[in-house]
Design a protein around this ligand. Structure first.
Ligand code: HEM
Length: 374
């Protein structure tokens, strides 16, 4: 995956790469693929739905395409509006942020990456209807289990067929992640996703698959986007402009996501012959979209950069699978930016360590404290 992203610079808009398939480096063509869900599908070799279907069975494939997918999205949409996202982030993360801000005000050093992992775990647990009043370690473990499950997908860029040993390991991690699901499914109110699954008449196995999907979709991406945005604002000096004018916060979040692009690659299966940017693409081929490369073509992080129209929100995908949690992710990053600037002073990064063997590039540790001189 990283070799592909690095090679992106030398590739044309659409290039045939041996063993991988069609690699798309251009943002406009990438959006065209995502918007044509009838031809470029998630199920079938090359799409992420193919991985999920091997893990949870053919019923799960229904979530990734067709009428069932539309029905489920429509039924849960109100849990993901701007207002619902703001309420969720405040409820699930507010107390934790208040403690972090107090520690920074007292001049302490905090690990933003570690906090972002716990906060992402708390948020997803709350949204699902799992217990949300446990100690931080419970949510750090949930996050780590999601990370382990996602890392099993490393190496599937050339084929999304999972070996039986990998499937066995994946099922063990799923059991760990979803231990609380049967209870939450039975008792969850309609303000929780598992409660909604029950209301919709989805059986427990499908609800368990969707809960796992949410843990994977919503934890590593959100945590990576949060700590990378904090680091980018520090490294570029953009945090000073943000302190002077807090109304720039939405721009900081958008630029952070554009540059970090926590879902750096998206795969699709080609369901029928078509022509893509002048190239004849055949049914059964795979398409790999280099999202991070495409969103970074506009240039480096710049708080004052007008939103580049061709990459608009591409880091959240597009079309029928456009990220359901986009507003949640934005509010989550906003909350961290408010926290690190809680006392109106800039922060400095005293140490950082990248995470290794993870699907989503992220920091393992990002130590931040109030700047001594500024
Ligand atoms: C910065 C953080 C995030 C990024 C960059 C991101 C990115 C994406 C992308 C690119 C997709 C589409 C994948 C594809 O088309 O193959 C997606 C789908 C999805 N995301 Fe996110 N995501 C983030 C955070 C979240 C959060 C916090 C949640 C939930 C709380 C979430 C829930 C979902 C769900 C449920 C889907 C599947 C939607 C569907 O298939 O209809 N995401 N995300």
């Amino acid at each position: 995956m990283f070799a592909l992203l690095a090679a992106g610079r030398g590739l044309g808009a659409v290039t045939r790469v041996p063993r991988i398939g069609w690699v798309v480096a251009d943002p406009v063509v990438a959006r065209q693929v995502l918007n044509d869900g009838a031809v470029f599908t998630m199920t079938g070799e090359g799409g992420v739905g193919h991985l999920w279907t091997q893990l949870f069975g053919p019923e799960m494939a229904e979530f990734f395409g067709g009428a069932r997918h539309v029905e489920i999205r429509t039924h849960v949409r109100d849990l993901f509006t701007e207002e619902a996202a703001r309420t969720l982030v405040t409820r699930a993360q507010g107390a934790h942020h208040a403690r972090l801000a107090a520690r920074l005000r007292a001049g302490e050093t905090v690990d933003v990456a570690g906090a972002a992992r716990v906060l992402a775990g708390r948020l997803v647990a709350d949204l699902l209807g799992l217990p949300s009043d446990r100690p931080d370690t419970v949510y750090a473990r949930l996050f780590a289990a999601g990370e382990r499950l996602a890392s099993l997908a490393l190496g599937t860029t050339a084929s999304t067929h999972l070996a039986s040993g990998t499937l066995e390991r994946a099922r063990a991690v799923v059991a760990e992640i979803t231990a609380g699901v049967p209870d939450a499914y039975r008792t969850g109110g309609s303000d929780t996703l598992l409660g909604r699954c029950r209301e919709l008449g989805l059986g427990l196995p499908m609800a368990t698959g969707l809960a796992t999907l949410l843990v994977i979709a919503g934890t590593e991406t959100g945590a990576s986007g949060t700590s990378r945005t904090v680091a980018l604002l520090h490294d570029t000096g953009g945090q000073h402009a943000l302190l002077a004018d807090p109304s720039l916060r939405p721009d900081a979040v958008r630029e952070g996501l554009r540059v970090a692009a926590p879902a750096p690659i998206i795969g699709r299966h080609v369901a029928r012959d078509t022509v893509l940017a002048g190239r004849a693409v055949r049914a059964g081929d795979r398409v790999v979209l280099l999202v991070r490369h495409a969103t970074n073509l506009a240039g480096p992080f710049d708080l004052h950069r007008p939103p580049p129209p061709e990459t608009r929100q591409l880091w959240f995908g597009a079309g029928r699978h456009l990220c359901l949690g986009a507003a949640v992710a934005r509010h989550q990053i906003t909350a961290m930016l408010e926290t690190v600037h809680a006392d109106g002073r800039p922060y400095e990064i005293t140490s950082r360590t990248p995470a290794r063997n993870v699907l989503v590039p992220a920091y393992k540790r990002l130590l931040v404290r109030p700047a001594e001189r500024y």
